[in-house]
Design a protein around this ligand. Structure first.
Ligand code: ADP
Ligand code: MG
Length: 402
């Protein structure tokens, strides 16, 4: 893998960089303090300061391409507001490049547009079919107006999309500063470059981190997270389970869960994991209208004690229905326990999960890494190869590349 950080002015001056970021952000979370927006600023600055032009690429949401994208959908999923936010954060003009209503991607037109100034943001790539299909032709057209490509979207690297994977076939490709930071921070628990990786092995790419290792898993679904438990179950000392995920475990134990959110289909797999001592389930819960919506005070105390003694912590998924303030208590207590443990190295990821932490403390100390990855983080920890990262690793023997 080649890193953008290894390049200097000599390599970058007067070159055009196609920079893939993740601006898949809901309107309600769209502001200057958004983690994903702030996280890519150093990369943009690095490129500009070294004399490169930057064309920023991203997707947003899931436009329905089965029929023509409606104007309402275009308005809802446009990346236009990001140009203004970026411009005010960078204190430089950021030109938004609209696709208008063209059905075809007009690379020649875009090339003409990017002659002036230095920072450009392209409209939502998912307005074109080729993006999600990892279409080579689409990738080739994107590549046509850049001199090199940078992936700075760890959180999209589990997606086999044209601007993440296929594009690396046509341009020299690098990991951006953010992707590098993600990989380096995860390297305390994962070794992505481990040549001995073997798909038959239970724990793929897992390194032995400082112990005790405590993995806290919550959120809506167990099926997203079971891969992490499987990959770490011989290494983690504790899995603290909360959220809808805990409900599935409780149901698998034969306990009544009423109308709570749980996954019936995942009960057999939950049952298998129940026998492991390291799986810790809530001992009490907050219930409202027959639904378990948070962990209870005794569980908070129990989990906080375990977190206090940890030396490595991984957290993904809230402990309860955090959209309602009454049921944020469990997640907030977990966040506080992690923040207060200065001796552990902690990784926190997932959209909702990181919002709880930033709601308590805007700036966390250096022993806590806030990952921009949600689904990508879970797949990475589950030992799966992320296509976006693999593409950067396998780019030495490409004929078409400039
Ligand atoms: P993240 O965005 O941090 O990756 P997830 O998307 O996996 O987390 O899960 C977050 C969602 O899980 C939240 O919308 C939250 O309301 C929901 N959730 C967690 N616990 C419960 C629960 N007990 N009942 C209903 N919803 C829950
Ligand atoms: Mg989520």
């Amino acid at each position: 893998m080649k890193f953008l950080s290894s390049l200097n002015r000599k390599d970058l001056q007067n070159k055009t960089c196609l920079l893939r970021v993740d601006f898949n952000i809901k309107d309600s979370e769209l502001d200057k303090n958004n983690l994903r927006i702030r996280a890519v600023l150093p990369t943009i600055k690095f490129l500009i300061d070294n004399g490169a032009k930057v064309v920023i690429l991203s997707h947003r949401g899931r436009p329905d391409k089965k029929c023509q994208i409606s104007n309402i959908e275009r308005q809802k999923l446009t990346l236009k507001p990001f140009a203004e936010i970026l411009s005010s954060l960078l204190k430089k003009p950021v030109h938004f490049i609209d696709f208008k209503k063209e059905k075809k991607f007009d690379a020649a037109q875009i090339s003409k547009t990017i002659t002036r100034d230095s920072i450009f943001l392209l409209e939502n790539l998912r307005f074109f079919d080729g993006e999600e299909k990892n279409d080579k032709n689409f990738a080739k057209q994107l590549a046509s107006f850049g001199d090199f490509y940078v992936n700075d979207a760890f959180s999209v690297s589990h997606r086999k999309n044209a601007s993440v994977v296929a594009i690396t076939e046509f341009l020299s490709s690098y990991a951006g500063l953010l992707l590098e930071k993600e990989i380096k921070n995860f390297s305390s628990v994962m070794n992505p470059f481990d040549k001995t990786q073997d798909s038959r092995r239970v724990y793929r790419g897992v390194k032995n981190p400082k112990k005790p290792l405590v993995i806290i898993l919550g959120g809506a679904k167990i099926s997203d997270k079971i891969g992490v438990i499987k990959n770490f179950f011989k290494i983690a000392d504790y899995f603290l389970i909360g959220g809808g995920m805990a409900n599935t475990f409780l149901a698998a134990q034969g306990l009544p869960v009423g109308d709570s959110l749980f996954e019936k289909k995942a009960m057999p797999v939950a049952r298998k994991f129940l026998k492991f001592k390291s799986i810790i389930l809530p001992v009490d819960t907050a219930v409202y209208k027959k639904q378990i919506l948070d962990i209870g005070p005794e569980t908070i105390e129990k989990y906080s004690k375990i977190i206090k003694n940890a030396r490595t912590i991984i957290w993904n998924g809230p402990m309860g229905y955090i959209e309602d303030k009454k049921f944020r208590k469990g997640s907030e207590a977990i966040a506080k326990a992690i923040i207060n443990n200065k001796k552990a190295f902690s990784i926190i990821g997932g959209g909702e999960t990181t919002s709880i932490v930033s709601g308590i403390k805007c700036q966390v100390s250096g022993n806590i890494f806030i990952s921009t990855g949600g689904g990508a983080m879970l797949e990475y920890l589950a030992g799966k190869k992320l296509p976006g990262i693999e593409a950067l690793n396998n780019i030495t023997n490409c004929k078409n590349k400039r």
